[in-house]
Write a protein that binds this ligand. Structure first.
Ligand code: ZN
Length: 319
């Protein structure tokens, strides 16, 4: 029988809600979970989260490590005084908020893995979901905003800060005078394809948009341009398309994914010679997350496991 993975705590820190869980692995191995609205009072929320985790510890046993997959931007530089902070977010109450510090105080001597929500989700999908066995892939979430994380040669992408894929500039299609919905850039990818952009373009909530409304096609075309950019720049073996927008209201998830894949092949125009970028292969190139809406919280579990591994390796080197 396989040795069970260590029991860890997971926090998916989202802009709308925090999902907290304890477990040893994905889904079936989550022993308990709860969610709290993010609100605009980080101190109060973190107090609630810590109380819940302590309570879960009393029921299920000591947590070996914690993992936090957070909305951003975040500081991931371990040498920075602001490591573990959410930094320049426009979200009310959350600018320059220390997330890791209060957890470190509450759970001393426990390793804490910390990364962006989308890098966390990418890690979770790589370990247990739609990217198992792949060393190079991208996870994007398209919901109220757009974020992307990814793995290159088996490692999460970090670099200067961390990828901010949702905000790259986009082309303008002939006749499209939509100004875009991103508060910073207007017509970046997020400003054209996130939920608020679709609703602003259609003039109604996404759930009320008819299946034959042209907004679905234009959104899928812009999505295809963004995916083409990611494909050209990062050469991923797969792009996992998470978040609520892909479900596409009355138009439907399968139809929206199919449309996006078709437009992607048109944009790429046969330039990249790969079996994944053919009409039959593209179904395995653009895929929904296998962990569904649990990708983030499962990713936080994976971040905790990795932090524990790193800490055990460091201890071994010291010994
Ligand atoms: Zn933007």
């Amino acid at each position: 029988m396989a040795i069970p993975l260590p029991l860890v705590g997971a926090i998916e820190a989202g802009g709308t809600k925090f999902v907290v869980a304890v477990g040893r692995g994905p889904r079936a191995d989550l022993l308990a979970r709860a969610q709290f609205p993010t609100g605009d009072d980080p101190a109060a929320l973190l107090t609630q989260v810590i109380a819940w985790l302590r309570d879960a510890e009393r029921t299920h046993g000591e947590l070996a490590a914690l993992g936090v997959a957070s909305f951003g931007p975040v500081d991931l530089d371990p040498t920075s005084p602001k490591y573990g902070f959410i930094t320049t977010t426009p979200k009310r109450g959350w600018k320059n908020t220390d997330i890791v510090g209060p957890l470190r105080t509450a759970f001393p001597n426990r390793p804490i893995g910390f990364d962006t929500d989308v890098n966390g989700a990418a890690l979770g999908e790589g370990r247990w979901g739609a990217a198992q066995g792949l060393d190079d892939f991208v996870y994007v979430t398209v919901g109220t905003g757009i974020g992307g994380g990814g793995v290159v040669r088996g490692k999460l992408m970090h670099g200067l800060v961390h990828p901010e894929m949702g905000h790259f500039p986009m082309p303008r299609f002939d006749g499209d005078d939509f100004v875009g919905s991103c508060a910073i850039h207007g017509r970046c990818w997020e400003g054209l394809c996130a939920g608020p952009a679709i609703e602003a373009r259609a003039g109604k909530p996404a759930a009320e948009i008819a299946a034959d409304d042209p907004v679905w096609d234009i959104t899928a075309r812009y999505m295809a341009h963004a995916f083409a950019t990611l494909t050209y720049v990062l050469s991923p073996r797969r792009i996992i398309f998470g978040g609520s927008v892909r479900k596409a209201g009355k138009f439907g998830e399968n139809a929206f994914l199919a449309k996006t894949r078709t437009h992607l092949l048109e944009v790429l125009a046969g330039y990249i010679d790969a079996p994944s970028l053919t009409p039959s292969g593209v179904e395995q190139f653009i895929v929904p997350p296998a962990l569904g809406d649990d990708a983030g919280v499962c990713g936080a579990i994976a971040l905790a496991h990795d932090a524990l591994q790193i800490s055990m390796n460091a201890d071994r080197r010291k010994a």
